[in-house]
Every structure is written in structure tokens, then in C-alpha cells.
Design a protein around this ligand. Structure first.
Ligand SMILES: Cc1cc2nc3c(=O)[nH]c(=O)nc-3n(C[C@H](O)[C@H](O)[C@H](O)COP(=O)(O)OP(=O)(O)OC[C@H]3O[C@@H](n4cnc5c(N)ncnc54)[C@H](O)[C@@H]3O)c2cc1C
Length: 378
């Protein structure tokens, strides 16, 4: 098999990899994205995306607000002890399925000329003569001066790169289902239960997404998904009422395990990482997709600052690391802190009481969960 050559190789065609592919291809570079899976497909994700991404996505000719998303401006919260609060979101969000969103980003990248190769899980990378050499699971080889890792929250590539966050022993599982029924379309709800929390919000086509994160040992202790739902999640009255009155659309829920929130770095061994591969934000902060777009934007800007000249790669990587420290690092730390308060009996009640007593504190935390609008590079 002849080696496939390009200017940029991106491992992982999720939000971060595909947005970066659109950006760099639009700049005139030849981009190849290697994606382990296929499009379209459902993904474990709350499918709630902050509108901070819109200015940048529009500049890349990615008008996702034209994909008939649901507009969300109201937030509801319930604690393990069944306390409730409701407030407005200071920045509107969109409800859009990953089934539709990822496919759209992929098709737009292809229209610009990028090559997106499916079923091409990257197994290894090494550098030789200023080139990155990549091998996928079929044995196909690729080479490019630029290589970006956008492989999401966990991948065999993390083991290949010997990334320190793999030592984190606190493991979480993520579960997602779509439902049909009545739902206040403008509302995202976050309901706590022992060991985790569930987000509920609408997506296009009249569907309602329920996505939850739970500590894996809690799920195992209950004996699986169904008993966990009945024994633990149903203690939250809002969740019980939702499950009783809505009809699942999927035959089986989608589930992923092995999720770790340990700290990561956006640059390691001279390789830039974007999206979840650079740091995983706690989902109750709801904005991992926006952070994925933001990291793609930051790396795009850093590469642009050296005119995409590979010989100035170190300067670009330093610029990316510095910008990431300013715009991303703090949000990840705050999300870990807030996540620790939820899913714990008693503490989520206290946090909710605190939020009711100090509405400005709640507004502050909600405002920190998103960033300023991501503006196109001048
Ligand atoms: C339970 C849960 C709920 C969430 N809810 C929300 C929410 O409501 N809103 C929000 O904004 N964010 C949410 N998130 C976070 C959001 O899903 C992620 O932050 C976002 O998908 C990150 O995009 P990404 O491109 O970095 O990774 P991904 O979208 O995961 O893409 C990574 C891609 O890389 C591919 N890949 C992996 N390894 C390889 C390899 N070796 N070679 C080639 N390809 C590879 C994968 O197949 C995948 O397609 C949630 C996360 C969880 C766990």
C-alpha cells in the first residue's frame, strides 16, 4: 500500500478534529482525518452546545444553527434530596444530535477538499526527518509535517503516548438514550442521584436526549443499567416521573465506560492535542463540545501565527499551550470542583440550598461554564 501524504494528519474525526480539518483545509492546507469509526452514528453526549461557537463556525461556513436545532435558555436543577431550582441561562444553547452534527461537519470538510477516512483507527505515530509517520489498524501508512491528536476522551493512542492521566483510578461510565414525549423544549434539566447526574434536553426532530454520568463502581454494585435506574435514579422524583411518562426511541441505551477526568496536557512529546484529548470537562458543565471547538480554534490560530511553517512548529506549540492555559485550563479545574459537589447525597442538597440563597453564586458558576463567543481569526 502506497503511503498517503498530506500537510496535516488528524487522528479522530469528532467535533475537535472535524472543526480543525474545516479550518485548515479552508486555509489551503491538504488535510487528512483518520477516524476509527463511521458516520453517521449516535454518540454518548448530552447534545447541548453553547452558542459561543457560532461566530467561529460561521466563519468556517459551518452554520450549525441551520440544522433545525432546539433553542435552550432555561436551566432546572434537582438534588439527590429532591430539592429543585429553575433559572435562566445567560447564554443560549442549541440542542442538536451528534448523529446530525458530526455528519454535517464531516460533509462540509469534504466539500472543502479534506479527506476523511473512516474505519482507520490510528495505532502508532513516530517522527522521522521532520515528518510524522502514522499507521492505522489496516497497516496503511500516512505521513505529514503536521500531526494533531483529536482522539477524544480515551483511545488506544493514549496508551501509545503513555499519557499520565491513565493512572487516574476514578472511573466513570456514560449512558445516553433518546425519548419521545412532552418536554419544555427551551429547558435543560440536570438531576442528581447517588453516584452521578443526568441531563435532559431536546434535540432536533422532537426527540429528547437523556444522558447520564455515573461512577462505574456504583453501576456495578447495582448489577447493571436497568437495576441502577430502578434502585438509584428513580429516587429522584423528577427522573422517576420522566421515565414513567416518556417512551424510549433506542432499543438499547448507548453506554461507554473507562471515562477519566485526570489532568491532561494540550502538548506532549511535541504533539498538539485538541478537544477531550487535551482535557475532559465534567459533563454537568455541559460544554465539552464548545471546548472542543475552542481548542481547535486556538491551535488553528497558533499554526496561523507561524504561517503554517512546520520548521516553526515549536513556536506554534508554545503559543497553543499558552493560549490553552488562559482559555481552557481554569474551566476544566472549576468543572472538576463542581462535579465533586454533585452526585453525593447531602452535598448536592447543600449546594442547591446555597445556590438558592446566593443566586449570584449560581449565576457566576453558570457563566463560568461557557466562554466568550469564539471569534474568527483576523
Ligand atoms: C455523559 C456525557 C455527557 C456529555 N454531554 C455534553 C453536552 O451536553 N454538551 C457538550 O458540549 N458536551 C458534552 N459532553 C462532552 C462532549 O461529548 C465532548 O467534550 C466532545 O465530544 C469532545 O469532542 P472531541 O472531538 O474532543 O471528541 P469526540 O467527539 O469523542 O471525537 C473523538 C473521535 O476520535 C475517534 N478516535 C478515537 N481514537 C482514535 C484513533 N486511535 N484513531 C482514529 N480515531 C480515533 C473516535 O472514534 C471519535 O470519533 C458529554 C460527555 C459525556 C461523557
Amino acid at each position: 500500500m502506497a503511503r498517503i501524504r498530506s500537510d496535516v494528519l488528524i487522528s479522530g474525526g469528532g467535533i475537535a478534529g472535524l472543526v480543525l480539518a474545516n479550518a485548515l483545509q479552508q486555509e489551503g492546507l491538504k488535510v487528512v482525518v483518520l477516524e476509527a469509526s463511521e458516520y453517521p452514528r449516535h454518540r454518548v453526549c448530552g447534545e447541548f452546545i453553547s452558542t459561543e461557537v457560532l461566530p467561529y463556525l460561521h466563519s468556517l461556513d459551518l452554520p450549525i444553527d441551520r440544522l433545525s436545532p432546539v433553542r435552550i435558555n432555561t436551566f432546572e436543577l434537582s438534588s439527590t434530596g429532591n430539592r429543585h431550582l429553575k433559572t435562566g441561562l445567560d447564554m443560549e444553547a442549541l440542542g442538536i444530535s451528534r448523529f446530525a452534527l458530526d455528519l454535517f461537519l464531516k460533509e462540509q470538510a469534504e466539500k472543502k477538499g479534506a479527506k476523511i477516512i473512516e474505519n482507520a483507527e490510528v495505532l502508532r505515530q513516530h517522527s522521522e526527518d521532520q515528518l510524522n509517520l502514522i499507521v492505522d489498524k489496516s497497516g496503511q501508512e500516512y505521513s505529514a509535517p503536521w500531526f494533531v491528536s483529536a482522539h477524544g476522551k480515551r483511545s488506544r493512542l493514549d496508551t501509545h503516548f503513555n499519557r499520565p492521566f491513565l493512572a487516574d483510578t476514578q472511573l466513570y461510565s456514560g449512558i445516553k438514550m433518546h425519548f419521545e414525549g412532552n418536554w419544555a423544549q427551551n429547558t435543560v434539566a440536570l438531576h442528581n442521584f447517588k453516584g452521578g447526574y443526568a441531563g435532559i434536553s431536546a434535540v432536533e426532530g422532537g426527540r429528547i436526549n437523556v444522558c447520564y454520568l455515573v461512577k462505574t463502581p456504583e453501576l456495578q454494585a447495582a448489577g447493571g443499567l436497568q437495576p441502577f435506574q430502578e434502585k438509584v435514579m428513580h429516587k429522584n422524583q423528577a427522573l422517576l416521573s420522566f421515565f414513567k411518562t416518556h417512551k424510549p426511541v433506542f432499543e438499547q441505551p448507548l453506554a461507554i465506560s473507562g471515562i477519566r477526568f485526570g489532568k491532561k496536557q494540550p502538548v506532549q512529546d511535541s504533539i498538539p492535542f485538541v478537544g477531550d484529548a487535551s482535557g475532559l470537562v465534567a459533563p454537568l458543565f455541559g460544554n465539552g463540545m464548545a471546548l472542543a471547538v475552542r481548542t481547535a480554534h486556538l491551535l488553528h490560530g497558533a499554526m496561523r501565527s507561524v504561517d503554517f511553517k512546520y520548521e516553526n512548529k515549536n513556536q506554534a506549540l508554545n503559543a497553543y499551550q499558552a493560549a490553552w492555559n488562559i482559555e481552557v485550563k481554569g474551566r476544566l479545574s472549576l468543572s472538576r470542583f463542581v462535579q465533586n459537589m454533585f452526585g453525593r447525597q447531602g452535598i448536592s442538597d447543600l449546594a442547591l440550598l446555597g445556590a438558592q440563597a446566593l443566586p449570584f453564586a449560581l449565576r457566576y458558576v453558570l457563566a463560568q461554564s461557557h466562554g466568550k463567543p469564539i471569534l474568527p481569526h483576523a
